[in-house]
Design a protein around this ligand. Structure first.
Ligand SMILES: Nc1nc2c(ncn2[C@@H]2O[C@H](COP(=O)(O)OP(=O)(O)OP(=O)(O)O)[C@@H](O)[C@H]2O)c(=O)[nH]1
Ligand SMILES: [Mg+2]
Length: 547
C-alpha cells in the first residue's frame, strides 16, 4: 500500500502561497520568474501525487567520474555499464529497492530503464537510484536529459573524481546553482584509490573549501572508490539515512518553492499599502473638471438664471427684452435641462452614457486642458509607483490610462447628464411676477381713470369722481406710483436674482464636480486602486511563500 508523501503542511502552504503570488505577478513580474514559480508549484502538485514511499536520488557528475561504477557498487549489481569509451551512459537508468515498482513516478520522470532489487537487509527500501548521463557532456542529448532529471529528483549524489573535481566548469557552471539544495545533496569524491591517503585528505579539504565558497558548505562530502569498495558502505549508510526520513522529496520541493518565491521577490517592496492619495485624486478631478468645462457650464448656469430671473421678475415693460437674448445653456446644448424638459442623471449612467450620442454638449476641451489631464494622470501613477519594479509600475500606469481614449466622451456625457438644478422654478420669482403684473394693472387702471372723461361724456354718464391727494389726482398717483414702484421693484429684485444665479452656479459646480468625480473613479481611480490592491495581495502571498 502506498501512502501520500509525509509532506509537511508547510510545503503545501508555501506552494499555495507561491501559486497565488505568481497569479498576481503574471504580466507584471518578469515572465521567466513567474514561469519558474509556477513550475515549482506544479512540481509540488505532481510529485505529491505520486507514491510517498519512494525517494528518488540521482548520481550526477562529469563523464568518467564513476557514476555508473558507483551505481553498481551501491546496488551490488552490474546493471550499469561503466565504460572506457566516454561518455558512456546516454539514458538514465533506475534501480528500485523494495517490493513495488513506482511505475507512475518513473513514467512521469520518463525513465524507461528500471530494475527492481530486493531491499533485504540493506535499509534501502524505497530508494529509487538513478544513474544519469554526464552533466557536461559533449552530447547535447545527455545534457538535456540531466538538466531535466535534476529538476525532478528528490536528492542528488554529486560524483567527482580527483582529476576534475576542481574544474571551474563544474562548480561555477553547475554546482553553484544548487547552493540552496545542500541538505538534499551528497558530494562524493570517487576514485579515492588513485590518491595517496595524504593527497586524498588534501583533495577533500580543497573540495570542502570550494564547496563552501559556493554556499554548499552544508553538503556532506564523502570519499569512495568504486574499484576497491572503499567508502561505499558509508555512502550506502548516508543514502539509507536520507531514504529513512522520507522527507527528502518534501525538502527538495520546499527548496524549489523557495527558489521560485525568491525569483519573484525582486518585485517585493515594503510599502505594499499604496493608495491614490486624496490630494492626487483631487488634482485629477480638478484637471478633468477643467477639461470637461465645468467652469464654463457653471458660468452658463449663472447667466441663464440671471436672464430668466430678469424676465420673470423684471419690470414687465422692459423685461421682455431679456427674452430676445439667447440662453447660454442652450448654446452649450444643455438646454434640455431648462424648465419643462427635465432630464435626471443617474449615478451609474455617467460612464455608459458616452455611447449615447444624443447626450452631447457643445463643450470642447483645449489642447492645454488635455495636456493637464495627461499630466494629472502621469503624476497620479508616479505618485503610487516609487520603489516598484518596472513591470508593476507599468501595470499601474496602464490602469490609469485604461479609459483614456473614451475619457473625453465620458466626461462630456457626464456633464450632459448632470442635473444642473436649473429646472425648478424659483418660488419668490413667481411672487414678484404677480406683484409686477399687479402694479402694472394698477398703473393701467390709473391711466384708464385719468382718460375716462371723454368716454363717460360720450355715453352721457357722470364723470368719474377725481379725488385729490396732495394737490394731485389719485389716478395720477396710481398711474405714476405703480409704474415707478414696478421699475424700482425690478431694480431691487435684480440683486436677489443675482444671488439666485450665483447660488445655482455654485450648486451646478458641485453637481458637475460630483459627476466628474464619478468618471474619475470609474475610469482612473478604481482601475489604479485595483492594480494597487493586486500588488498588495501579491506581496502578502509572496511573504507567505518565502522562508
Ligand atoms: N580507479 C578507479 N577507476 C574507477 C573508479 N570508478 C570508476 N572507475 C573507472 O572510470 C571509468 C569511468 O567510469 P564510469 O562509471 O563509466 O563513469 P561514468 O561517470 O558513469 O561516466 P559516463 O557514463 O560517461 O558519464 C571506468 O573505466 C571505470 O572503471 C574508481 O573508484 N577507481
Ligand atoms: Mg555512466
Amino acid at each position: 500500500m502506498t501512502t501520500k508523501l509525509p509532506v509537511s503542511s508547510l510545503l503545501a502552504n508555501r506552494a499555495a502561497a507561491l501559486r497565488e503570488a505568481a497569479g498576481y505577478a503574471a504580466g507584471r513580474s518578469p515572465e521567466a520568474d513567474v514561469a519558474q514559480a509556477l513550475r515549482a508549484t506544479r512540481q509540488v502538485d505532481r510529485r505529491l501525487a505520486f507514491s510517498g514511499d519512494h525517494t528518488v536520488i540521482a548520481l550526477a557528475g562529469a563523464t568518467g567520474s564513476g557514476k555508473s561504477s558507483l551505481f553498481n557498487a551501491i546496488s551490488g549489481t552490474q546493471l550499469a555499464l561503466p565504460g572506457v569509451k566516454r561518455p558512456t551512459t546516454g539514458r538514465a537508468m533506475a534501480a528500485v529497492w523494495g517490493r513495488t515498482m513506482p511505475d507512475d513516478l518513473l513514467d512521469w520522470m520518463e525513465v524507461p530503464l528500471r530494475h527492481r532489487l530486493d531491499a533485504g537487509a540493506t535499509q534501502l527500501d524505497g530508494l529509487v537510484l538513478l544513474d544519469l548521463p554526464d552533466h557536461d557532456s559533449t552530447a547535447v542529448s545527455h545534457r538535456t536529459e540531466v538538466d531535466r532529471l535534476v529538476r525532478l529528483v528528490d536528492g542528488l549524489i554529486w560524483v567527482l573524481d580527483p582529476q576534475k573535481y576542481a574544474d571551474n566548469a563544474l562548480h561555477e557552471g553547475y554546482l553553484s546553482r544548487f547552493s540552496a539544495y545542500a541538505d538534499v545533496m551528497l558530494v562524493v569524491l570517487n576514485q579515492s584509490d588513485k590518491l595517496s591517503p595524504i593527497d586524498l585528505a588534501a583533495a577533500r579539504e580543497h573540495l570542502r573549501t570550494l564547496l563552501s565558497a559556493e554556499g554548499l558548505d552544508k553538503a556532506k562530502v564523502l570519499t569512495t572508490s568504486a574499484l576497491t569498495g572503499d567508502g561505499v558502505a558509508a555512502l550506502q549508510a548516508e543514502v539509507a539515512a536520507l531514504v529513512k526520513t522520507k522527507r527528502l522529496a518534501a525538502a527538495r520541493l520546499l527548496h524549489d518553492v523557495e527558489a521560485g518565491a525568491l525569483a519573484l521577490s525582486g518585485d517585493l517592496n515594503r510599502n505594499r499599502n499604496r493608495r491614490v492619495s486624496d490630494e492626487r485624486a483631487g488634482k485629477l478631478v480638478a484637471a478633468l473638471s477643467s477639461a470637461a468645462g465645468v467652469a464654463q457650464v457653471s458660468d452658463a448656469v449663472r447667466q441663464s438664471t440671471r436672464i430668466r430671473g430678469g424676465v420673470a421678475t423684471g419690470w414687465p415693460l422692459l423685461s421682455w427684452i431679456g427674452r430676445l437674448r439667447p440662453d447660454p445653456l442652450k448654446r452649450l446644448h444643455l438646454g434640455a435641462l431648462l424648465p419643462g424638459t427635465r432630464v435626471t442623471a443617474t449615478s451609474d449612467s455617467t460612464v455608459n452614457a458616452a455611447d449615447n450620442t444624443a447626450q452631447r454638449t457643445a463643450l470642447r476641451s483645449s489642447d492645454v486642458q488635455r495636456a493637464q489631464v495627461s499630466t494629472a494622470l502621469r503624476d497620479l501613477s508616479d505618485d503610487v509607483s516609487p520603489g516598484l519594479s518596472l513591470g508593476w509600475a507599468k501595470a499601474i500606469r496602464q490602469a490609469s490610462l485604461s479609459h483614456e481614449a473614451a475619457l473625453s466622451d465620458e466626461l462630456d456625457a457626464a456633464v450632459a447628464t448632470t442635473d444642473l438644478g436649473t429646472s425648478a422654478a424659483i418660488g419668490w420669482w413667481r411672487l414678484v411676477r404677480v406683484l409686477q403684473w399687479g402694479l402694472l394693472a394698477i398703473a393701467v387702471l390709473g391711466l384708464a381713470w385719468l382718460g375716462s372723461g371723454p368716454i363717460t361724456e360720450y355715453f352721457g354718464m357722470k364723470p368719474l369722481p377725481r379725488p385729490m391727494w396732495h394737490d394731485t389726482p389719485v389716478p395720477t398717483w396710481l398711474f405714476g406710483g405703480a409704474l415707478l414702484a414696478g421699475f424700482l421693484l425690478g431694480l431691487l429684485v435684480s440683486f436677489g436674482v443675482r444671488i439666485s444665479a450665483n447660488n445655482r452656479a455654485a450648486k451646478a459646480t458641485a453637481a458637475l464636480q460630483q459627476s466628474v468625480r464619478r468618471v474619475a473613479d470609474q475610469a482612473v481611480l478604481i482601475p489604479v486602486n485595483t492594480e494597487l490592491e493586486r500588488y498588495a495581495r501579491f506581496v502578502a502571498a509572496l511573504a507567505r511563500a518565502l522562508p
